[in-house]
Design a protein around this ligand. Structure first.
Ligand code: AMP
Ligand code: ZN
Length: 136
């Protein structure tokens, strides 16, 4: 379903123009307007789902297959040295557009970007506690 006030619904369905790299009946892949690096793209399903939690499993399973195809093409055409796939869910995770999207960020040696986190140093007990919390 399309959501009337959602910018990515409008972009994915062609109501707002975008630099489109690929489209089919389920997805549109566009260039990000604020790229982290040259060729930064977004895989956007046409159907509205706010985030991964809402995304239908069938769509979720298709996203990575499509991303793989685009990734191969990016490597071939852009000659990038690496690629980050990033997918943000919720404000705490940095999501700013509440329509599921997968970032594909080609990386270049010395591109100057910093995409990462500060590693924690959990004890074995802390790791076990969180393992239990998630699995039990
Ligand atoms: P996120 O922070 O994960 O929700 O990512 C949203 C991304 O959408 C950001 O990287 C923005 O630069 C990008 N963005 C927002 N509006 C547009 C637009 N109209 N066309 C292309 N990219 C957009
Ligand atoms: Zn939407």
């Amino acid at each position: 379903m399309r959501k009337d006030d959602c910018i990515f619904c409008k972009i994915a369905n062609g109501e707002i123009p975008s630099k489109t790299l690929y489209e089919d009946e389920r997805f549109r892949v566009i260039l990000d307007l604020g790229p982290a690096a040259r060729g930064h793209a977004l895989v956007i399903p046409r159907e509205h789902a706010s985030d991964l939690y809402e995304l239908p499993e069938e769509t979720a399973s298709q996203v990575l297959v499509l991303a793989k195809k685009i990734a191969v093409r990016m490597a071939d055409k852009l000659h990038c040295d690496g690629l980050n796939l990033i997918q943000n869910n919720g404000e705490a995770a940095g999501q700013t557009v509440p329509h599921f999207h997968l970032h594909m960020i080609p990386r270049y040696l010395k591109d100057g970007q910093k995409i990462g986190w500060v590693p924690g140093k959990p004890t074995q007990e802390e790791l076990e506690a969180v393992r239990k919390q998630i699995t039990e």
